[in-house]
Design a protein around this ligand. Structure first.
Ligand SMILES: NC(=O)C1=CN([C@@H]2O[C@H](COP(=O)(O)OP(=O)(O)OC[C@H]3O[C@@H](n4cnc5c(N)ncnc54)[C@H](OP(=O)(O)O)[C@@H]3O)[C@@H](O)[C@H]2O)C=CC1
Ligand SMILES: CC(=O)[C@@H](O)[C@H](O)COP(=O)(O)O
Ligand SMILES: [Mn+2]
Length: 420
């Protein structure tokens, strides 16, 4: 088992044991992961220093408030048109806080589609937490690895799309998973040696449609799909949980992070989302990581790795009666995981194609242009036509080419559905 994740940090700049605060650059700071990461940092004064923050540009006021509260050195916004709004918001926030003239120093500003990548290079943080959504996180992920920062990775799509390129760029131990299942696996893997690992077991909540038949799934609405039973998250990952595409991406993520064959990674439905994943060892022992469903735990561990940091997650209360249940996944109603197992085994750009087709199909569903069941059907159809993308990608550009093909094919399929 070869792994990019290990119990000890691997590069010099990750070994911030000097008592100085750990420098953090946070991508996606206004989102679900980003705001919870800032909560964790707020809760641990003196432990972390936020050097840079990045967002898409939907919420300039929040971005500006974060910049001033954490006195960041640099801010990045993806939408170039948002940069003026961010500047205005920074001045307005400074005024609101009563900053005297001259006390307020404007952070360095980066704008445009590569702003997050430029921010990563500029800030040279000890830890880059990638909490952006979508495979647009790939270049920032690679930039973090190339600049020698430790990468706390929530943005699973960048690993899935980048596959071997991300693996090659990462030194041993340079990536710490933040996704709850993979954080759990990393914790369980501390209990034994790599050659003693028999199986990884990924838990899935089952989403809002657990127990639905294929026919029932045909009629579900966007609001129903967004009502996740156990987690409060951003739109795309929430829809992905409902289709089981999230677990599909997590299957590929687990293979890439921990180097375990697909045939030795199981998915089991666990509706309570308390056991976050498990590792079975050669002697039959299964280690599980359990805690209430609260992302602040894996985020805090991602920031502090290999040390545990109190992120404010409540403890399990064994004085209360409760039950933890496990059931098999219904592969007929939720074929996404089987498709991902196939795409992952084939490799090449197929995982990138899978993810890109899904991102487009989710956008079409959320916009009201297609049915819920069309999401995975679209992924399946695009994959079936993707023979040209089976080879190992030689460059990031090649990955983005495969994605562009998949996105445009997925959009065509959504358009055809709309026309009917
Ligand atoms: N939320 C969760 O609990 C979990 C999330 N994850 C993963 O973490 C990632 C983030 O998820 P989540 O926080 O829920 O998503 P959200 O939609 O809540 O947040 C996404 C964030 O990314 C920002 N963003 C979008 N485009 C860019 C860009 N080009 N450059 C910089 N920032 C950008 C958004 O800013 P803006 O709104 O301005 O565009 C926003 O701040 C996803 O990969 C998800 O799968 C994994 C496990 C759990
Ligand atoms: C919190 C987290 O890590 C999400 O990725 C979560 O796994 C979503 O829940 P599902 O198990 O329903 O996909
Ligand atoms: Mn997860």
């Amino acid at each position: 088992m070869s792994t990019m994740v290990s119990a000890q940090p691997g590069k010099d700049r990750q070994e911030n044991d000097r008592g100085s605060p750990c420098g953090v650059t946070l991508l996606g700071s206004t989102g679900s992961i980003g705001t919870q990461a800032l909560e964790v940092i707020r809760r641990n004064p003196g432990a972390f220093r936020v050097l840079g923050i990045a967002a898409g540009g939907n919420d300039p006021a929040t971005l500006a408030a974060q910049a001033l509260e954490f006195e960041v050195e640099a801010v990045a916004v993806a939408r170039g048109t948002a940069v003026e709004d961010v500047q205005l918001a920074l001045y307005a926030e400074a005024q609101r806080l009563g900053y005297a003239e001259g006390r307020f120093r404007l952070p360095r500003l980066f704008a445009g589609p590569d702003a997050a990548t430029e921010l990563v290079r500029d800030t040279e943080a000890d830890v880059v937490l990638n909490g952006m959504d979508g495979s647009r996180g790939l270049r920032p992920t690679l930039a973090a690895l190339e600049s020698g920062s430790r990468l706390a990775l929530a943005n699973k799509e960048s690993l899935i799309a980048g596959g071997p390129l991300v693996q090659r760029a990462a030194a041993p131990g340079q990536i710490t998973p933040v996704d709850s299942e993979h954080s759990a696996l990393a914790q369980c893997l501390r209990a034994g040696d790599a050659d003693e690992v028999q199986r990884l077991v990924l838990t899935a909540s089952g989403g809002p449609f657990r127990g639905y038949s294929e026919e029932e799934l045909h009629e579900v609405t966007v609001d129903q799909a967004l009502a996740h039973p156990t987690w409060s998250m951003g739109t795309v990952v929430t829809i992905n949980s409902a289709t089981m595409v999230n677990k599909s991406l997590e299957l590929i993520e687990a293979h890439l992070l921990f180097g375990v064959d697909y045939d030795r990674i199981d998915v089991v439905v666990h509706p309570q989302s308390i056991v976050h994943s498990m590792v079975t060892y050669a002697d039959g022992a299964t280690m599980a990581q359990a805690s209430p469903p609260d992302m602040r735990l894996p985020i805090a561990l991602g920031l502090g790795w290999p040390r545990r940091v109190d992120g404010g997650t409540p403890r399990l209360d064994f004085a209360q009666a409760s039950s933890w249940t496990f059931e098999p996944l219904d592969d007929a109603a939720f074929p996404a995981v089987g498709l991902a197992r196939h795409a992952g085994k084939e490799g090449g750009c197929l995982p990138a194609v899978y993810n890109a087709a899904n991102e487009e199909a989710v956008a079409a569903f959320v916009a009201g242009n297609s049915r819920f069941t069309s999401i995975v059907q679209t992924v399946e159809r695009v994959l079936a036509e993707a023979d040209a993308w089976r080879a190992e990608p030689a460059s990031v550009d090649e990955i983005f080419e495969s994605e562009e093909w998949a996105r445009s094919r997925a959009r065509e399929l959504a358009g055809m559905e709309r026309a009917h």
